[in-house]
Design a protein around this ligand. Structure first.
Ligand code: FES
Length: 198
């Protein structure tokens, strides 16, 4: 497998260039998430509600799993910007998905420190274990595999981000076990991973 020349950045799940989002099903925040968003918006001056665009998108993605045109319209209305401005943000950040993803999104860092630590082998092992290539979701619908750039934990390379948590110091050979543990124990499998070197 060629590591760096391939720049998929989660193709199929994230728009790396500006493109129209899928229309998707009707979308509105649940009352609880709307209340959370209003609480976040109160941290900013009233004329700066737009500053809450990232948390608003996180809340939407938490609710629906991925961002659609209907989500963009609802978020835009909620914080007082245009749907196109919301799309601009979605197309810039790799953490927002524009296609359905699995219950666990495995984002393998492929930047220098992780690459030197064996990230390419980690990707190969995860691909073999799940029967998919980066950018795909496995047959069970539980796991999506994505390659990303630096996750900001270079001293603990190689790093795999599982949803919003980091799994650090992952050695080649650990990857299949990580999948087995996630299947068996869910995110509890990650407990303590941040302390691996302490
Ligand atoms: S290079 Fe992988 S976390 Fe920075």
């Amino acid at each position: 497998m060629s590591f760096h020349p391939v720049m998929s950045y989660g193709a199929e799940h994230h728009q790396s260039v500006r493109a129209l989002l899928e229309e998707g099903p009707p979308f509105a925040f649940t009352p609880e998430r709307r209340a959370t968003l209003e609480e976040i918006c109160r941290r900013y001056p009233p004329e700066r509600r737009r500053s809450a665009v990232l948390p608003a998108l996180y809340l939407a993605q938490e609710q629906q799993g991925y961002i659609t045109a209907n989500v963009a319209r609802h978020v835009a209305e909620a914080i007082g910007i245009t749907p196109a401005q919301v799309e601009d943000v979605v197309s810039y950040y790799t953490m927002f998905f524009t296609r359905p993803v699995g219950k666990y999104v495995l984002q393998v860092c492929r930047t220098l420190a992780c690459a030197l630590g064996g990230a390419e082998r980690v990707v190969e092992e995860l691909s073999a274990k799940l029967g998919i290539e980066p950018g795909q979701t496995d047959a069970s619908g539980d796991f999506t595999l994505v390659e990303v750039e630096c996750l900001g934990a270079c001293d603990r390379a190689p790093v795999v981000m599982v949803n919003t948590d980091w799994h650090e110091c992952l050695k080649p050979g650990d990857a299949a076990k990580l999948v087995d543990e996630l299947r068996a124990r869910g995110t509890a499998a990650l407990t303590g991973c941040h302390l691996k070197r302490e």
